[in-house]
Design a protein around this ligand. Structure first.
Ligand SMILES: O=P(O)(O)OC[C@@H](O)[C@@H](O)c1c[nH]c2ccccc12
Length: 267
């Protein structure tokens, strides 16, 4: 049996091949150019940097309907309403799942969420091909994700270059020391430590604590996954993470604005 991440990536390659056949790259490139006129990039890293600079946490609040580890997370799922609720509660940026088979995401959710607020938006998906990066910009995304566990060094560099060429920011995600060392070969300053192992789906927030000391000071550290309380954020902040990627714990709340505000309140 192959692990979860391998299955997701294999399926993603097939999906991207189908999309390429249906819509040639040149067409998506034209759409991305049009988006640069109507929806220019909002500066994802800049927004996080400004929050931290102002002494606040940078919160990347995630719009996620379901996941392979938790199944359906939120039945009442209205991306524009959730985007406004996150913004009202003090989120700095949004992350929107566009992966359909495993997370019940959709490209349209990103478009609708971004149109509802002025926050920068991460296209949360499994990037295996530069085609998806052009697609991300065509949808209006401001940042894309590179998962080191999914890619070789050369593939990661190729996807990063495609993103930078589109004016997109890049969040590079790692889960262990070897991936961290490989991520540091990339140009992006935004470095996420995923507390969830994407091969086994096990979560342990000690992962960020273990890796933080090896993150150089010129990188902006983002603690990702498994964060539920102000005490969890304070624990991550102790080792140098001032930015957080949070999904499930906020998605499960009836009042998302209040929950976001409560999460960001001092521990
Ligand atoms: O819902 P959580 O445990 O708060 O986690 C959010 C986010 O970190 C998680 O969705 C995530 C992190 N990296 C990913 C890569 C792909 C899909 C999902 C993810």
């Amino acid at each position: 049996m192959s692990d979860v991440l391998t299955r997701i990536n294999d399926d993603k390659r097939a999906l991207v091949a189908a999309r390429k056949a249906a819509r040639p790259l040149s067409e998506v490139e034209a759409a991305a150019r049009a988006a640069n006129e109507t929806n220019p990039p909002r500066g994802f890293i800049r927004a996080l940097g400004a929050a931290v600079e102002a002494g606040r946490y940078g919160l990347i609040a995630e719009i996620k309907k379901a996941s392979p580890s938790k199944g359906l997370i939120r039945a009442d799922f209205d991306p524009p309403a959730l985007a406004r609720a996150y913004r009202g509660g003090g989120a700095t940026c949004l992350s929107v799942l566009t992966d359909e088979p495993y997370f019940q995401g959709r490209d349209e959710y990103l478009v609708a969420a971004r149109a509802a607020v002025d926050l920068p938006v991460l296209r949360k998906d499994f990037m295996v091909d530069p085609y998806q990066i052009v697609e991300a910009r065509a949808l209006g995304a401001d940042c894309i994700l590179i998962i080191m566990a999914s890619l070789s060094d050369a593939q990661a560099a190729e996807i990063e270059d495609a993103a930078l060429a589109q004016g997109l920011d890049v969040l590079v995600e790692v889960h262990d020391r070897a991936e961290l060392d490989r991520a540091l070969l990339l140009k992006t300053p935004l470095l996420g430590v995923n507390n969830r192992n994407l091969k086994t789906l096990a979560v342990d927030i000690a992962t960020t604590e273990e890796l933080a000391a090896n993150v150089p000071p010129d990188r902006m550290l983002v603690a990702e996954s498994g964060l539920y309380t102000p005490a969890d954020l304070a624990r991550m902040a102790k080792v140098g993470a001032r930015c957080f990627l949070v999904g499930e714990s906020l998605m499960r709340q009836a009042d998302v604005t209040a929950a976001t505000r409560a999460l960001l309140a001092p521990a």
